[in-house]
Write a protein that binds this ligand. Structure first.
Ligand SMILES: NC(=O)c1ccc[n+]([C@@H]2O[C@H](COP(=O)([O-])OP(=O)(O)OC[C@H]3O[C@@H](n4cnc5c(N)ncnc54)[C@H](O)[C@@H]3O)[C@@H](O)[C@H]2O)c1
Length: 246
């Protein structure tokens, strides 16, 4: 069946990715929920099994794999007839002191957090070009606005993703494909262990962490017609974290 609005979301099995799946579906998108962790993705999909809905599918996708990207885009288009929005949400957090960081640790953060979105944009480009009102949203981090110590790999990969977003936004503007980024602050997801969540909540400007749905709300806006003249934007969703000078 052909749908007018079709989104592919990476890192969709949990956390912000799953919240984005639920939000975009509620907005009327058909959604391909993609993740490297097939078991967790299946469990997430199972959680909505009570609802009659054939417009959400789960697909295996390691965002660092070009052939898997080709397969995921092809499966999405085969099922829904189009691909109109790409949400590059998948990411891995990797912390190490600069003296302790390894080439492998550094490279793996870059591969998932920056190479992955690049590969996704390439794989989806032909479909997005063919779509009306196509949009890409990349998930950066406040770590790409402020430097967090002991985050050389993660932070630099997100700074690179910020630059990729701007570059691709400029290049694709004449095609009508809008390219924007969200910059989450501390969000309560499994990416942050309990100790980290408590530490960050204790110093948060608003006294709490963000909810995954609050990032999904920003993504929902950026892919919607309400953002039809917005490209290259950097939407910070951090409860004021960047306002705090330390
Ligand atoms: N949680 C935060 O505080 C926070 C803050 C700023 C930015 N972010 C960013 O938000 C995004 C979502 O993070 P989250 O908090 O929901 O994290 P999470 O760890 O809960 O979820 C990340 C998901 O990405 C998937 N994933 C990991 N590697 C992958 C790969 N190679 N291919 C496909 N999927 C892969 C995981 O399986 C997981 O389902 C990430 O890009 C993260 O860097 C998170």
């Amino acid at each position: 069946m052909t749908h007018a609005r079709v989104a592919l979301v990476t890192g969709a099995a949990r956390g912000q990715g799953w919240a984005i799946v639920e939000r975009l579906r509620a907005d009327g998108f058909a959604v391909a929920a993609c993740d490297i962790d097939e078991a967790e993705l299946a469990a997430a999909l199972q959680s909505r099994a009570g609802r009659v809905d054939d417009a959400v599918i789960g697909l295996p996708l390691d965002v660092t794999s070009p052939p898997q990207w080709q397969a995921a885009v092809a499966a999405t288009v085969a099922r829904f007839g189009a691909l109109t929005a790409l949400i590059n949400n998948a990411g891995i957090l990797h912390r190490a002191a600069i003296a302790e960081e390894t080439p492998g640790g550094f490279e793996s953060a870059w591969r998932v957090n920056c190479l992955g979105p690049f590969l996704g944009i390439q794989a989806a480009l032909a479909q997005l070009r063919a779509a009306e009102g196509a949009a890409i949203v990349n998930t950066c981090s406040t770590g790409a606005i402020r430097p967090f110590p002991q985050h050389a790999a993660y932070g630099s990969s997100k700074w690179a993703l910020r630059g990729l977003t701007q570059t691709v936004a400029a290049e694709l503007a004449p095609t009508g494909i809008r390219v924007n980024a969200v910059f989450p602050g501390p969000i309560a997801t499994p990416m942050l262990d309990d100790t980290t969540q408590q530490r960050l909540a204790a110093v948060a400007a608003t006294g709490r962490l963000g909810r995954p749905g609050e990032v999904a709300d920003a993504v929902s806006f950026l892919v919607s017609d309400a953002a039809s003249f917005i490209t290259g934007a950097e939407l910070v969703v951090d409860g004021g974290q960047c306002l705090q000078i330390r």
